[in-house]
Design a protein around this ligand. Structure first.
Ligand code: URA
Length: 216
């Protein structure tokens, strides 16, 4: 029997295919534009926010409004460029009036985020805000756990405040900056660890609290 061998798709092709599948899928929030994510697909750090806002919806790009400008500023302060990292959200379309994403919306987009993480395969996932932190670490508390390192399916989850929260006051801004500034050190420490098997699934873990939020 003659078997047709398709060449293996590279990361870029796999992400393009995923984006096309996502664009076709019937999911919640279809009245908004798809904001898939962007950046360096070979990044060490993948930033994950909550959901696109108004500007993101208009431009179909993540973190391009005021919160995004703050992320860009902090990236510059630590000597990185936005192009060095990949940025996306747990929910890929804007909820009306920027309301919080609903559990069923997060659940609906989960298979796509799971696949996106699997393809990019970063060592570190920096979560921006409580929603994306709790996606991976359901029992974590942002005020307590920002700037700590948690292991989750072979990756490090590094919770950071949401930049929109940081824009609300000096205390939060200081915390946001302090956590962000530790990122290069976290990366440097993990640099020599072997890359994990891309087949592992970064699902939120549902174990007992003590076992779950395992601090590094
Ligand atoms: N806030 C988010 O969580 N994501 C964006 O893309 C923009 C603002």
């Amino acid at each position: 029997m003659h078997v047709v061998q398709f060449p293996l798709m590279n990361k870029e092709e796999r992400l393009k295919k995923l984006q096309a599948e996502l664009a076709q899928a019937q999911l919640p929030l279809m009245e908004s534009n798809l904001v898939f994510g962007e950046g360096n697909i070979d990044c060490e750090v993948l930033f994950i926010g909550e959901a696109p806002g108004k500007t993101e919806d208009e431009l179909k790009r993540p973190f391009v409004g005021r919160a995004g400008q703050l992320v860009n500023k902090l990236l510059t302060e630590i000597g990185w460029k936005r192009e060095d990292v990949y940025i996306t959200n747990i929910v890929k379309r804007r909820p009306p009036e920027n309301r919080d994403p609903l559990p069923e919306e997060i659940e609906a987009y989960k298979p796509f985020l799971t696949k996106q993480i699997e393809i990019i395969n970063p060592k570190i996932i920096a979560t921006l805000g409580r929603f994306s932190m709790n996606y991976f670490l359901p029992f974590a508390k942002i005020t307590r756990d920002q700037g700590k390192e948690f292991e989750n399916n072979g990756r490090i989850i590094y919770p950071i405040l949401h930049p929109a929260a940081a824009l609300r006051g000096t205390t939060m801004m200081n915390q946001f900056r302090e956590t962000f500034k530790k990122l290069p050190e976290v990366v440097a420490r993990l640099k020599n660890k072997p890359q994990i098997d891309t087949s592992s699934k970064p699902e939120p873990i549902a174990r007992k609290k003590e076992a779950q939020d395992k601090l590094f």
